[in-house]
Design a protein around this ligand. Structure first.
Ligand code: ATP
Length: 200
């Protein structure tokens, strides 16, 4: 049975926190493949500075280029509308019903997981894997874990020191003409620079 990790997000832009999450999830799960799935319209977030689907897709591709077993899917982008994770998991489950699915997320998402659209169905389809984003989240992570397990779901927590980094901070830095080279993969920094993204 193959293990497939789904890693969804807005990736506006992709940054080193995303890569760190991927590394930790790969160490924890040892999957056969990990699929990065950029959202068309993220249901849990609102951003007035959302770059185009094609720019975010390209930044994901550049960020993971050459990483064995890592792919980028345009499923949510082609589907259009709000990108509900439950439909994405149903899609991958339908393609490979024998695969064991895992859903990777940072602790901010994990803590609010019970409020997601069809969270119980999501937890039936996939084991939820949480990567801590901030030491201050630890207590709420264990509460969220109990909540999911008490409803019959499965979760795993990665063991790591958080890498504090967010797309919001990177967008802010770019709008203030500050450097972002230590926060995003080099190919993503070059792409942002070349296309002049996030500059006011
Ligand atoms: P924004 O600042 O625009 O809200 P973000 O930095 O949270 O964006 P997303 O693309 O929304 O980035 O995140 C996709 C997934 O990656 C989410 O599950 C999120 O929790 C996780 N994630 C983002 N940054 C980190 C980080 N530094 N450490 C661990 N997980 C992270």
């Amino acid at each position: 049975m193959n293990k497939t990790v789904i890693f969804g997000g807005t990736f506006n832009p992709f940054h080193l926190g995303h890569l760190k999450l991927m590394d930790e999830v790969i160490l924890t799960v040892s999957p056969d493949r990990l699929i990065v799935v950029p959202a068309h319209i993220p249901p849990h977030k609102q951003s007035e500075e959302l770059m185009s689907d094609s720019d975010r897709l390209e930044m994901c591709r550049l960020a993971v280029f050459g990483r064995p077993g890592v792919e980028v899917s345009d499923f949510e982008i082609l589907k259009g509308g709000k990108s509900y994770t439950v439909y994405t998991l149903e899609h991958f489950h339908k393609i490979n019903p024998e695969d064991e699915l895992y859903l990777a997320m940072g602790s901010d998402m994990f803590i609010s997981f019970h409020k997601w659209y069809c969270s119980e169905r999501i937890a039936e389809l996939a084991t939820i894997v949480c990567n801590c984003r901030d030491e201050a989240d630890r207590k709420r992570i264990s509460e969220a874990k109990s909540r999911i397990e008490n409803s019959g779901g499965r979760c795993l927590l990665t063991e790591c020191t958080p890498l504090v980094c967010s797309s919001t901070d990177i967008r802010r830095r770019l709008s203030e003409n500050k450097l972002i080279d230590s926060l995003v993969p080099a190919a993503v920094a070059e792409y942002i620079e070349r296309k002049g993204l996030y500059r006011d």
